[in-house]
Design a protein around this ligand. Structure first.
Ligand SMILES: [Zn+2]
Length: 372
């Protein structure tokens, strides 16, 4: 530990390390300029005609009243995601943005039912997004997977229909099923038939839980719906017993720090259980939730964690490994990717620590050199 404690964890280092994003909503992660361009092409009215105005209208990065208030921004983005071109472009660009900050494995999620307003069929809606992700995989060093979301505040029949869609796309890019939307008053158990179908077909499950409701919601997600990962899990700390179960069974938590602040899942970062979970050894991962609506990146989330929770290099390595370990990749692929990223991480530590040592050995009369 003596060597690692001396290492300064810079933004540059955090950007360079291989990362995952396991919790990233397609419709919350568009580029503002793309929204405006698509709106223009499609003749759709937007609340503003310039990037800054649009950011403001979406309240990107700002505090919301609660989760329901936060979800309003998605009404704007979904307006331009009603044709195949928009969906394919949005999917390509979210993967491109992730690849450019060295996210090597990205799981994008969205609710296909929200993209049927102009008559697209559900299979077209899924295929367009898969095509966009595949385009990005061909161009960049990134692997992707798609998670299909049902919506808590829609009917259980709708969720079942969407679950059937996920089954149809199994082994064709869809890697999991999720339940998103307003958590309060909309228990996951209402949708258990959809989850039964998903589990019966050996498809992975992750559920948003413990974000806008207490540990009962996480309990239901795990024990009634078979969730293998938990989206957020911020309020898991309220039940020691369940927390131990989650830890003992190595159930990963998809933590999204900045989003948790905005939706008031936590009143402040100092009240967030992130460090508590980390110290207990829970399988914690760091994720964006929404690149645009939350105004964040994976690098930003790591940086936020380093600053507020006093993390060292061992914590960073642990978080990175947790991300890859928790992915819905097939085991063999996961093992190959993990070996590669751990090696790369160690090489980056050596490279950056040599750089950090450099100024001390520099001769005083040597002119300063620009960093490559
Ligand atoms: Zn989410």
């Amino acid at each position: 530990m003596t060597e690692t404690t001396k290492f300064e964890i810079t933004e540059e280092f955090l950007r360079a390390i291989p990362k995952t994003d396991l919790h990233c909503h397609l419709d919350g992660s568009l580029r503002p300029a793309t929204i405006l361009d698509l709106a223009d092409k499609q003749g759709v009215q937007m609340p503003a005609n310039d990037v800054e105005g649009l950011r403001k209208a979406m309240r990107a990065g700002e505090m919301c009243d609660d989760l329901v208030d936060y979800l309003r921004a998605f009404d704007i983005t979904c307006k331009v995601l009603q044709n195949e071109e928009g969906l394919r472009r949005a999917a390509f660009e979210v993967a491109e943005d992730a690849a450019k900050e060295n996210v090597r494995y990205l799981e994008v999620r969205y609710a296909p039912i929200l993209h049927t307003n102009q008559g697209l069929r559900l299979d077209q809606i899924v295929q367009a997004v898969l095509d966009g992700l595949n385009d990005a995989e061909r161009k960049y060093d990134i692997k992707t997977g798609l998670i299909i979301c049902g919506i808590r505040n829609m009917t259980p029949e709708t969720s079942l229909r969407i679950a059937e869609l996920a089954v149809a796309f199994k082994n064709r890019g869809v890697v999991g099923f999720d339940l998103a939307g307003a958590e309060h008053n909309n228990p996951a158990k209402d949708h258990r038939e959809a989850f039964y179908l998903i589990r019966n077909n050996n498809i992975n499950v992750t559920i948003h839980a413990g974000e806008a409701y207490g540990p009962e919601s996480i309990h239901q997600a795990i024990h009634m719906c078979g969730s293998q990962r938990i989206g957020h899990g911020t309020r898991l700390k309220e039940s020691g017993d369940l927390l131990n179960f989650v830890n003992d069974h190595r159930i990963p938590l998809e933590v999204c720090l900045k989003s948790n602040l905005q939706t008031r899942a936590t009143p402040s970062l100092s009240a967030h259980p992130f460090r508590f979970y980390l110290d207990l050894g829970l399988r914690v991962t760091l994720n964006t939730d929404n690149r645009l609506v939350t105004d964040t990146t994976v690098t930003d989330e790591y940086l936020l964690a380093v600053k507020h929770f006093d993390l060292n290099l061992d914590h960073i390595r642990w978080l990175m490994v947790n991300g890859f370990k928790s992915s819905f990749l097939p085991f063999r692929e996961k093992r190959i990717l993990m070996r590669r990223v751990v090696k790369e991480f160690e090489e980056l530590v050596v490279k950056h620590s040599n750089r950090q040592k450099k100024p001390k050995t520099k001769k005083s009369d040597e002119p300063p050199r620009a960093e490559a």
